[in-house]
Write a protein of this length. Sequence first.
Length: 390
Amino acid sequence: MNRHPGFDLVERARALAPLIARDADEIERTRRLTSAVTQALIENGLYRALLPKSFGGAEVPLETFMQMQEEVAKADASTAWCLGQCSVCAMTAAYLDPDAANAIFNVAPGILAWGAINHEVQAAPGGYRASARWDFASGLRQASWLGAHVRVVEADGTARRRTDGSPEIRTILFPVSSATLYDVWDVIGLRGTGTDSYSVDNLFIPEKFAALRDEPEARRENGPLYKLSTNMVFGMGFAATSLGVARATLDAAIDLARAKTPQALKAMRDNNAVQGLIGRTEAQWRATRAYLYATAAEVWRDLSQGAAITEAHRIALRMASTWTIHQSAAVVDTAYHMAGATAVFNANKFERRFRDMHAIAQQIQGRDAHYEDAGRAILSGGLEGPPTAR
């Protein structure tokens, strides 16, 4: 069978699962990936899944990246979240000056992390000057470079605008050594991601380290992967992460049901209610996964055949990723409640996966407002049905 050369990243992710699972308690306690896990991810090339081949990356298809995320998430959600975040950040290489891309991604450890869009930079001769603080930089503690998405202000104080009149947003990139880091990530779920804050003070960023990320006219790579915006790939990667968390939680509930006999009750494996619940929940997980991957496959087919990304593609990906996150949370909830009092003990990992899953569902990729976007497109005739129906 012919396989994409990056396919073995899925097998490598699966092989690393025992190491990641072994270190999961330490990752949770310290709120950081362990050095052993980080080094294993680097050595196996997982951080380079979405980096262009022209810079030594794997440039894998969307589905392969999703499968990689799913496998890692079965072992630990925080590790998968950091890996997914930093892998997508590497897509920025498609918009960068080659010297800048090599300096960021081909000098060890070659990991980029960034936070939410916020603040401004002022244009200066040869680049930009920044003084600001940003939040929500998952993978910050493993990164060698940081980025920030900022509005550009000209030297005279006027906002720089795109041809359509909207503000110009640039992604500025700078070494982590140029920033001050703040340990603020004290949360109930995804604790190990170290999603901390960072700031710079009067930092000069050369022009070649300021990318027009996700702007087609600035893109230097022609592969189908880079027709997708980073936001689209974030959504699909985090949805796949949700599937992995849900799969691990449901498997744990199935193992428990095979062995547990509640006091004064019949064995769970012989209980008709438990049998029916497991059957329905298994079907729910499989149907959700099938929908997510079918959507990814249809969009990827179109892009691989030369089509440009469309609003219909964007809405289809957003619907599938949001739905998958919500359905994965429902699977985790069912498995958690099925486990009864067993679920509250740290040793069984139900409670961690419950917390991690609900932390994922609180992120921007899981917002209910995405359904409003989809409904608006459907009602306006902009999304008449799934790709196979058009």
